[in-house]
Design a binder for this molecule. Structure first.
Ligand code: XMP
Length: 481
């Protein structure tokens, strides 16, 4: 029997030893880090590619908060691409390919389209996309004749202030202010519509100073893909929708299937980062990086909803897995994402101290307003569902999409789940949770005498604790209220 001599550890087995610190306030530390080789983040948090955690709403807020979200893949290719596009469209001071309205539309059609798209203005164009005018909610507000052509109520081209695509945000801000207007169509030299700048979008730029953005000012977003040939189509659709990173999502990432997929994606897309995973060993990271991965996701069986270790006997306690993998990650300059098992800000500090660059969060975010699905009330308390992507119901739903019919008894019996379905308390807006988590991490950095995550890697010293030490670590010997 081959047996490693050292004992593998996880978060609750250790604590960090406080170090001499010159830091006066937790605001004096910075939490900047890298999600992948080319994507910097202001906050080291990533929302998990689970169908109860990340769709566009979560991904948008994670990026606004300085982290990033990975949109899960358990939906049609078209829908996943639309989710990516929705994040990319929401912020950026210039909307590219803005929604437009045909010059033949009526007032009623303009109202309907604005309602449907939840927007307050539409550029009116002809079939060649020449800008003819701009119609806003205000133009329509008191119009009694719903059948009136929109061209009669819009601001016509001659009176419209427009700019070209080279306009900077500061210039646009000045023009909007000077003319006391809220929308600025962007046109090319021939007067064709190229984009739209709105006062609201410029305002939003200031609201989220830490937001994770691409070089065109749009929020960044990642998307998960599997390892089947059809996943190349999925990847193409997500890349066309503007995705910044693709995450190869497979439970046993140290496999030819996953490595080949990373290789193929890397060859196909030069400007998109490819994240490989999941692995739990140094060789796993080395092979992933050899295949071209720009970041490696680490964690096998550590997740709150995972039963992989029970069902298969495989896995490595997460802190040891992260430590071992991060040593190779540092050697090869590739960020490590610690995925699974994070329950508190203390766990985040420990995972980073062990060498990861970010942490991926599942159940911790599943109860927030931005996670998919509605909340339910049980015994007077509000909950949301979280489920493992290898759980029984997740497996069956995937099967049903694949076979195009409802699953039968046989299909249910054939599933060997490696995850569970569960409930987590509803926890309100994700920004409040992330604020607490990053606040805790900032304190953690100051206890380590570290002003940055890189300094935390250097300064961190762990001690192993016993069950008595663990009991001492929480509130104890008092009646909590
Ligand atoms: P947390 O602890 O943050 O973990 O909820 C989230 C991570 O768990 C992984 N995951 C699974 N692992 N069976 C598994 O063994 C599953 O069904 C499953 N679903 C999710 C995944 O890495 C996720 O980010």
């Amino acid at each position: 029997m081959k047996l490693r001599p050292e004992t593998a550890l996880t978060f609750d087995d250790v604590l960090l030893v406080p170090k001499k610190s010159a830091i006066r306030s937790r605001h004096a530390v910075n939490t900047r880090t890298w999600f992948s080789r080319h994507i910097p983040l202001a906050a080291p948090v990533v929302s998990s590619n689970m169908d109860t955690v990340t769709e566009w709403s979560m991904a948008r807020m994670m990026a606004r908060l300085g982290g990033i979200g990975v949109i899960h893949r358990f939906m049609t290719i078209e829908r996943q691409a639309a989710e990516v596009q929705r994040v990319k469209r929401t912020e950026g001071f210039m909307v590219e390919r803005p929604y437009n309205l045909s010059a033949t539309a009526t007032v009623q059609q303009a109202r309907d389209r604005m309602d449907e798209l939840h927007i307050g203005g539409l550029v009116v164009t002809n079939d060649s996309e020449d800008v003819l005018g701009l119609v806003t909610a205000r133009d329509l507000m008191f119009e009694r004749n719903a059948a009136r052509p929109v061209t009669e109520v819009m601001t016509p081209r001659a009176k419209l202030v427009t700019v070209n695509a080279g306009t900077t945000m500061e210039q646009a801000r000045d023009i909007l202010h000077e003319h006391r207007i809220e929308k600025l169509p962007v046109v090319d030299a021939d007067g064709r519509l190229q984009g739209l700048i709105t006062a609201k979008d410029i305002d939003k730029q200031d609201a989220w100073p830490d937001a994770t953005k691409d070089n065109r000012g749009r929020l960044r977003v990642a998307a998960a893909v599997g390892v089947r040939p059809s996943d190349l189509d999925r990847a193409d659709a997500c890349v066309n929708a503007g995705v910044d990173a693709l995450v190869v999502d497979i439970a046993h990432g140290h496999s030819d299937l996953a490595l080949n997929m990373v290789r193929k994606l890397k060859e196909r897309f030069s400007h998109v980062d490819i994240v490989g995973g999941n692995v739990a060993s140094a060789e796993g990271v080395r092979d992933m990086v050899d295949a071209g991965a720009d970041a490696v996701k680490v964690g096998v069986g550590a997740g709150s909803i995972c039963i992989t270790r029970i069902v298969t006997g495989f896995g490595v306690p997460q802190l040891t897995a992260v430590d071992e993998c991060a040593q190779v990650g540092r050697e090869l300059s590739v960020p490590i994402i610690a995925d699974g098992g994070i329950r508190t800000s203390g766990d985040i500090t420990k995972a980073l101290a062990a060498g990861s660059s970010t942490v991926m969060l599942g159940s911790l975010l599943a109860g927030t307003d931005e996670s998919p699905g509605a909340s339910v009330v049980r015994n007077g308390q509000r909950f949301k569902v979280v489920r493992g992507m290898a759980s029984l119901t997740a497996n069956i739903e995937r099967k049903e999409i694949e076979i195009g019919r409802e699953a039968e008894d046989d299909d249910w019996e054939r599933v060997v789940p490696e995850g569970v379905e569960a409930m987590v308390p509803a926890r309100g807006p994700v920004k409040d949770i992330v604020y607490q988590l990053i606040g805790g991490l900032r304190s953690g950095l100051s206890y380590a005498g570290a002003t940055s995550i890189a300094e935390l890697w250097d300064n961190a010293e762990f001690v192993r604790i016993t069950s008595a030490g663990k009991a001492e670590s929480g509130a104890h010997d008092v009646q909590t209220r």
